[in-house]
Write a protein that binds this ligand. Sequence first.
Ligand SMILES: NC(=O)c1ccc[n+]([C@@H]2O[C@H](COP(=O)([O-])OP(=O)(O)OC[C@H]3O[C@@H](n4cnc5c(N)ncnc54)[C@H](OP(=O)(O)O)[C@@H]3O)[C@@H](O)[C@H]2O)c1
Length: 335
Amino acid sequence: MSYVRLGRSGLKVSRLCLGCMSYGDPGWRPWVLDEEAARPFFRRALDLGINFFDTADMYSRGRSEEVTGRLLREMAPRHDYVLATKLFFPVEKKGPNRSGLSRKHVLEACDASLRRLGTEFIDLYQVHRWDPDTPFEEALSALDTLVRSGKVRYLGASSMAAWQFAKALYLSDRRGGERFASMQNHYNLVYREEEREMIPLCIEEGVGLVPWSPLARGFLTGTRRRGEEPETARGRSDEFADQLYFRGEDFDVLDALLSVSSSLDLPPARVALAWLLSRPGVTAPIVGATKLPHLEDAFAALDVRLGDDAVARLEAPYRPHPVLGHDQPTPRAAR
Ligand SMILES: NC(=O)c1ccc[n+]([C@@H]2O[C@H](COP(=O)([O-])OP(=O)(O)OC[C@H]3O[C@@H](n4cnc5c(N)ncnc54)[C@H](OP(=O)(O)O)[C@@H]3O)[C@@H](O)[C@H]2O)c1
C-alpha cells in the first residue's frame, strides 16, 4: 500500500479509503451489513494497509459510526488509522437545529459523533453539504473551534458547487482559519462533471480529492446490465443509485468498460478503479465493499496501469450530465 499526503496537509492516507456506509444497521438500507458481518472487512482492510476509513453521522442513523469506531478500536491502535466522518444531515430526529452547519449544530453534532465513535478526536471532519441557511463564516468559526479544542484534526468538505467551495476556501484564508484539506465528491467513469470546475479548483488549491461511489454504487462492476434485473441485493434495492445512473449514455460507458476489461482480462471494477486512481488530483477513492473479494479487487487496482488506448476507449462514450448527487441551493442573496 502506498500512502500520500491528503492535499497539501501533512496527513498521510492510504491510496484507498474504506467507505463505511455499507456497515451499520440493515434496517436502514437492506444492503447494509451488521457489525458481525462487517468485522472481516475491517480486518482485511487493515491487513491490506488501508489506514483511511470514512463514515458519516447519518449512515444507518448513527449506527455506522458506532460499528466503525468499535471495530477499529478492537483491531488497531488509534494513532494508526485516519478516521473520517461527516455532519450536515439529520441523524435520528428532524428539527430546526438538528441539521445544517449552524454553530449550534456543528458543535453538538461533533460531540455526538465522538460519543458514537468512542474516540476523543476525529481525524477528518467533513461538511457533508453546503448549508444555504447558515453564513459560511459561522460554520467556519465553529469548525475552527473544534480544531483548536483538539476534537478535530483536519477539516474536509463534500459535494457542493465549485463556486461554493471556492468561497469556503477564500473565507477561511481571509479569516486566517483552518483550511479544508479535502473534497469528497461524486466522481467516477459515469459521472465526470467535476472535471469541469471542482477538480481544477482542488488541484490549484492543494485540496485532496477523495471521490465517493467510485464504482457508481456497483453500476461499474458488471453486476448491473442493460435490460436485466441487477444481480445483487444492493443492485435491486439501492434507490439512490437509480436516481444517479442507469441512463442510456451510462450503459454506453458500461459497454466500453466491459469491452476494455475483457480485452485486458481484468474484472470491470478493477479497471474502473484504476482509471479513477490515475486521474489528476485524486488522493484516495472511497470504495464500498459488501463482499470480501471487493477489497481484493480494489487493492489489485492499485497495480493496474491503463494504456492511452484503453483510457481513450473508456472515456469516449461519456456525455455531459445534469448535476447529480447534491442539490444546487439558491444563493441566499438571490432568495
Ligand atoms: N459524501 C457523500 O455524499 C457520499 C455519498 C455516497 C457515498 N459516500 C462514501 O463513499 C463510500 C463508497 O460508496 P459506495 O458504496 O456507493 O461505493 P462504490 O465503490 O461505488 O460501490 C460499492 C458497491 O459496488 C459493488 N462492488 C464493489 N467492488 C466490487 C467488485 N470488485 N466487484 C463487483 N462489485 C463490486 C458492490 O455492490 P453490491 O453490494 O451490489 O455487490 C458495492 O456495494 C461510502 O461508504 C461513503 O463512505 C459519500
